[in-house]
Each structure stands twice: as C-alpha cells, then as structure tokens.
Ligand binder design. Structure first.
Ligand code: LLP
Length: 428
C-alpha cells in the first residue's frame, strides 16, 4: 500500500502534484510519502507485537533525518552500521537506548563512540570484536550489552550480493562457535552477552529459509540457556521483501508481514526472550520514488532508447543488482495512447547505466516526467557524485505539504569538496 496515485490525470504523492513539485525543485529528485512510511511502520510493528517486541529501523535503507524523525515519532529505534548512522539517529531524536549497532567490521573508534553514547546493544560478529569491545568498555568502567550475530549457514534474498546468511558469506559467528564464545565472554569484564542476532539476506519473499534460520537460532538459544547462559534477546534482523511491481503493491501489503509475524510467533513460542526486528526496505521502499525527466529519445530498429536525467549514480540498484523498478509516467496516459518498447537509460557513459531494458511504456516524449517507483530504500543513500553529477535532492510530502529535506548541492559546494595541495595551489 502506498500513496502515489493519479488524480486529474497527474501522479500525486499524497495531495501533492508531482508535476508542480518537479517545476519547483527541478529534476531528478527523490520524493518520500509520510503517510506511506507511517503506514508501513505501523502495519509491521503491530504485526510483530511492538512495543513488547522491539523494532529498530535499518537506517542503511534510508538515513534522511526527516525519514528517521517520522519513524522515531512512532516509536521506532534504529539499527545502525557506522558512527555516522549512530550520530544521525541521535540527531533525529532516537534515544541511545533505542539504537543497535551491527556490522561486520566496526572500528575501535566506532565501538568507543557507541559505548560512550550508551547504546542499547552491539551485535558482535567475531571473537576479535568481542575482546576489543570488552577492552574498550572496561577502560571506561562500563559493561556493554551485546548479542552474538550468528551465521546460521542458511542464506536467502533477492540477489547473491545481498545474501548474508551462508557459511561462505563474511557475516557472523558459526553456530558451533557460539557456545564457546558465550563462555569466553562470561570471563570478560566489559561485555554482557544477552542473546543472539541473525540476518540472512534482503528482499526475501519466501519464508522457508527465514523459518529454517530462526529454528536453528531457537535450538541454539535453548542449548545456551540449558548451560546457564543468559539468552534474553533474540534479534531477527531485517530482510523481508517488498513488491517492486507497483500493481501488486497496492493490494498486497500486509499479507507477507502477517505470515512472517505468525511464523516468528510459532518458531519462538514459549521462549522467554525479547524479540527484535531490523526492517529497512519493508518500511521505506515503497514510500519513495525517483522523479526524472526525459532528455531525449534515440530510436533503434526494435525499440527506442529513452535517455532520462537520472543516472546510475542516483539510483544504483538496477546496475548493481539487476533490480527491477517500475516506471510510471507522471502524466497519466490518455485513453488510446499507444505502448512502445523502451530501454530507459541515464546519461552516464557506460552501458550499466540502464534502468530498464525492453520495457513497455506508454509513448513518451522528450520533456516528459517519469517516476522510478519503489526507490525509497537503498536509493538516495547509495547515490554518489560519479561524473561530477550533483547529489539528487530529497523531498518529503505530508498531506498537501512538502519540504525539501535534503537540498541539491550547488556546483560550488561540489568543487569545494576537493582541496589542492600546496604545490599545486600557487599560480605559476
Ligand atoms: N539488518 C542487517 C544486519 C542488515 O545487514 C540489513 C541489510 C538489514 C537489517 C535490513 O535489511 P532489509 O530489511 O532492508 O532487507 N543495497 C541492497 C540491500 C542491502 C541490504 C544489506 N543489509 C539493495 O539495494 O537491495
């Protein structure tokens, strides 16, 4: 369910006309819908029984302060993976007591920052990290709450590059190591191990692998508890997938979420532990679009190449994961508009800068606006200035209101990021 709909022949974000917005902000730009964000968060948190269970929004999916603040007001915590993300979460008024720090390689200074901030939990991924964290916290006369991220040797997800749960992947502690490390941790002064975490991949739309991984986690939790260890927290990660075909998104919303919540409830029934979740894509994916303008057309024998002003540096998912994003015209096609076959590409000089190949779209002209749908997750956050292109602005809509929540930088700002060394800065 999302709030991007046609009204009077033009696509709107909630009550805001995207054509008007494009004129005001310029293209390309990301546009987020508050109502969609709020709905997704509420549906998910209700399904999993928050606040009894805890929801930490995986802010790697979208770390705009306006997105974070919107979710924070609904009670969301943050799942973070860097000092930058922790700082942004705090800046968005998410309390340290609602912040989890995950990640396969946290630096000592990042761990120290997290301990000083007093965050809720650190998800430890290696034995080395266990010792480092203990040393850092003990030096501050603190004992940091933590869990072990387990690699259950079950991977899943929409693409090999986002599968994380297999033994061969770089993530987490194997099940066989976990029992030994619990014992090691019991003798360390700076950590308090309170449970387990798992995250096996992203864009998962079948529950079988998740269920198998959660089953292994439960068995491990029971073995640990039987040995007298504390297993009070089970962090189930994120990974639940979303429909990228928007037709499906309209009526498909809660089905998978309900099934997932039911599966979790039965898998962990009777286990006395707090359950935590780290959804990212599910919350923000369908709440954002990338609006772009057609620059030119390049007709070929069998199809037309449609060059738009957004590029792979603005939305890298198609180039990086062969990801599908629906493309909607901003002006609703009039009845009888013919369909044509298009490749939709950006202006960057590499063939990978392609958003869609062989896509059937209503006939489109230079100057027309189109939206790359489902771009709220892993869109703006993965953008870059490749080709010295300016980072794309982000706009948030709230009913009939809208605000630029990240302005487009100026070319001066872009150029000033670089500094000349002394030997080049004097004129010859
Ligand atoms: N927790 C952990 C430990 C994670 O590594 C991730 C995502 C999440 C939670 C959130 O997963 P989600 O609910 O969003 O699936 N850039 C890729 C996705 C990378 C996901 C990385 N980890 C993409 O655009 O598809």
């Amino acid at each position: 369910m999302h709030h991007f709909t046609y009204r009077d022949g033009r696509l709107h974000a909630e009550d805001v006309d995207l054509t008007t917005l494009a004129d005001a902000v310029g293209t390309p730009f990301y546009c987020y819908s508050t109502a969609t964000l709020e709905r997704h968060y509420s549906v998910f948190s209700r399904a999993v029984g928050a606040p009894k269970s805890r929801v930490f929004f995986a802010m790697k999916a979208n770390s705009n302060l306006a997105v974070l603040s919107t979710l924070a007001r609904l009670g969301a915590g943050a799942d973070t993976v860097s000092e930058g993300e922790i700082r942004k979460a705090l800046a968005a008024s998410i309390p340290a007591s609602s912040i989890v720090f995950s990640g396969v390689g946290k630096s000592e200074s990042e761990l120290a920052f997290a301990v000083d901030a007093g965050i809720y939990q650190i998800n430890i991924e290696t034995e080395g990290e266990l010792h480092t964290l203990s040393r850092i916290a003990a030096a501050r006369r603190k004992r940091q709450n933590a869990v072990f991220r387990i690699n259950p040797d079950i991977g899943a997800g929409g693409h090999a590059k986002i599968t994380t749960g297999s033994e061969g992947n770089k993530f987490g502690i194997s099940i066989s190591e976990a029992e030994r490390l619990y014992t090691v941790a019991a003798n360390l002064p700076g950590v308090r191990i309170l449970g387990l975490a798992v995250h096996i991949g992203s864009q998962i739309r079948e529950l079988d692998e998740l269920q198998a991984a959660f089953g292994r986690l439960r068995e491990l939790a029971e073995r640990l508890a039987a040995q007298g260890h504390r297993v009070e927290r089970i962090d189930l990660g994120g990974g639940l997938g979303i429909p990228y075909e928007m037709e499906e998104a309209v009526d498909h919303g809660p089905g998978l979420i309900e099934a997932y919540a039911g599966m979790v409830a039965s898998t962990f029934a009777g286990l006395d532990a707090e359950l935590a979740y780290e959804p990212g894509r599910l919350i923000v994916g369908n709440a954002g679009i990338l609006v772009t303008r057609v620059i030119t057309l390049n007709p070929r024998a069998r199809k037309t190449i449609l060059v738009v002003d957004a590029a792979m540096n603005d939305l890298i998912r198609p180039a990086m994961y062969d990801a599908f994003h629906d493309i909607w015209p901003i002006r609703e096609p009039a009845l009888g508009t013919p369909n044509r076959l298009y490749d939709v590409v950006g202006p960057i000089c590499e063939s990978g800068d392609t958003f869609a190949t062989g896509r059937t779209l209503p006939e489109t002209q230079p100057g027309d606006l189109v939206a790359l749908m489902t771009a709220g997750a892993y869109g703006a956050v993965m953008s870059s200035t490749y080709n010295s292109r300016l980072l794309v602005p982000e706009v948030m809509v709230h009913g009939a209101d809208w605000a630029v929540v990240r302005p487009r930088p100026t070319y001066e700002e872009l150029i000033q990021l670089d500094h000349l060394p002394a030997w080049l800065s004097t004129s010859r």
